[in-house]
Design a protein around this ligand. Structure first.
Ligand SMILES: C[S@@+](CC[C@H](N)C(=O)[O-])C[C@H]1O[C@@H](n2cnc3c(N)ncnc32)[C@H](O)[C@@H]1O
Ligand code: SF4
Ligand code: SF4
Length: 388
């Protein structure tokens, strides 16, 4: 982050290094998905003590960076997490407990986390409030913009059994996030999900699953053993737009799976939530109003992000990244009307934070379109391999 930090208090500029332990299939261990620099490395053949990472050199360094003035060579510089979201809004993820009922151990852990964060402690005595595990990059579809394209093929994976050795810590956390690649085709991810779902010790821990949704139907019954579940399905569009971007997937099947998820939650009285992730790029902009209406019709809140550039997806980058190449907007002549319509329906539904992201993106696009000297396109980046 955070040249434009709007922090008006003495709190650290970002909560993430007190909130999340982010572990990637290839052993990168960081504070979040966004840190753009070397992080720490897991020994994939052993599974050492959690605190050797959580209070290790890397996490202590990032905590120090966000407590003070962020140095120019920090991986936090230019953090995209804050590009279209305010610090205050993001901080709520950390400061405000989820709606779930916390166990005494979770409550105590949260209190310690808050105290460590507000004091800017570099060495902490709480466990992460979120464990984030990426189990690998294999996938059952071939999205045109997939940031993991350069990593494929790779069969590196996290090992479910070793992760579960952290159970005494993980039962105190609030959220365990599982992602890939496509987690619902990755054997170790599936093994891990099954272990969490079937273990009552995790009953009060929320399982947070990021998926393309294509295989969701095959897991709904098993997942229903866990009441405390959030699923985020990536869409980017509906119908033909969806199938163009998410090549190899099927809109009718994914839509059916999302609606079945909602029906099962209602019929079995489960505390399940579902949302979607959507990348704003040329193709998605061309029908973004329809995408917004679909979400309102089914009462499923959307999130929006912009296109991140990675080596390996150059062709899509040049064809689709309207933020880097605003001239591409000429190929979607009604983009402003469509974006305005999407903003309007989201506001009418009172999904103000989703609408706000689109408003900020619109202003960003207009600024870039009319800038006398266009900004240089952002450099290609890939954090996945920046480990030590
Ligand atoms: C890599 S996917 C893994 C999980 C699952 N396969 C899915 O698509 O939801 C995680 C998220 O990254 C997003 N993503 C992929 N490539 C991206 C890019 N170039 N820029 C921004 N987000 C991207 C996807 O749309 C998805 O929401
Ligand atoms: S990279 Fe961004 S989200 Fe991660 S710790 Fe730094 S400022 Fe926070
Ligand atoms: S479904 Fe997810 S992991 Fe698979 S190609 Fe698409 S964005 Fe990448």
């Amino acid at each position: 982050m955070t040249e434009n930090s709007n922090s008006t208090d003495n709190l650290p500029q970002c909560y993430e290094p007190w909130y999340e332990l982010n572990t990637m299939y290839n052993g990168r261990v960081a504070c979040c998905c966004y840190y753009n620099g070397p992080a720490s490395r897991l020994d994939l053949d052993r599974w050492p003590d959690l605190f050797s990472y959580w209070n290790g050199d890397f996490l202590r360094k990032v905590r120090a960076e966000v407590v003070g003035r962020i140095p120019d060579d920090s991986g936090c510089k230019g953090c995209v997490m804050y590009k279209y979201r305010s610090h205050e809004e993001m901080r709520q993820h950390f400061l405000v407990a989820r709606t779930q009922v916390l166990s005494p151990a979770q409550r105590e852990n949260r209190e310690r986390a808050m105290a460590n964060f507000t004091a800017g402690k570099l060495v902490v005595d709480h466990v992460p409030l979120r464990f984030y595990f990426n189990f690998g990059v294999s996938c059952n579809i071939n999205c045109i913009m997939c940031c993991q394209t350069p990593e494929r093929p790779s069969h590196q994976t996290l090992n479910a059994e070793r992760l579960l050795a952290w159970k005494p810590h993980m039962v105190k956390t609030e959220t365990i996030s599982v992602i890939g690649g496509e987690p619902l085709i990755l054997p170790e991810a599936i093994k891990f999900i099954r272990a969490i779902v079937s273990d009552d010790d995790f009953a009060q821990v929320r399982l947070d699953l990021f998926t393309n949704g294509l295989n969701l139907d095959k897991f709904l019954d098993e997942l229903s053993a866990k009441s405390n579940l959030n699923v985020c399905v990536s869409l980017d569009g509906i119908g033909a737009t969806y199938e163009h971007i998410r090549a190899g997937s099927s809109w009718s099947r994914v839509e059916r799976n999302i609606l079945s998820f909602k029906e099962m939650a209602a019929s079995r009285n489960l505390d399940w939530t579902i949302g979607t992730a959507n990348i704003v790029m040329k193709s998605s902009l061309s029908t973004i109003d329809e995408l917004a209406r679909w979400h309102v019709e089914h009462d499923i809140p959307p999130n929006f992000v912009d296109f991140m550039n990675f080596s390996g997806i150059e062709e899509t980058y040049f064809k689709e990244n309207v933020f880097a190449f605003p001239d591409l907007l000429a190929e979607v002549p009604d983009w402003r009307q469509r974006l305005d319509a999407a903003i309007r329906v989201l506001n009418e539904k009172e999904w103000f934070s989703s609408a706000d992201i689109l408003i900020k993106m619109k202003l960003d696009l207009i600024t870039r379109l009319f800038a006398p000297f266009p900004e240089a396109p952002p450099t290609m980046q890939c954090n996945v391999n920046k480990g030590e």
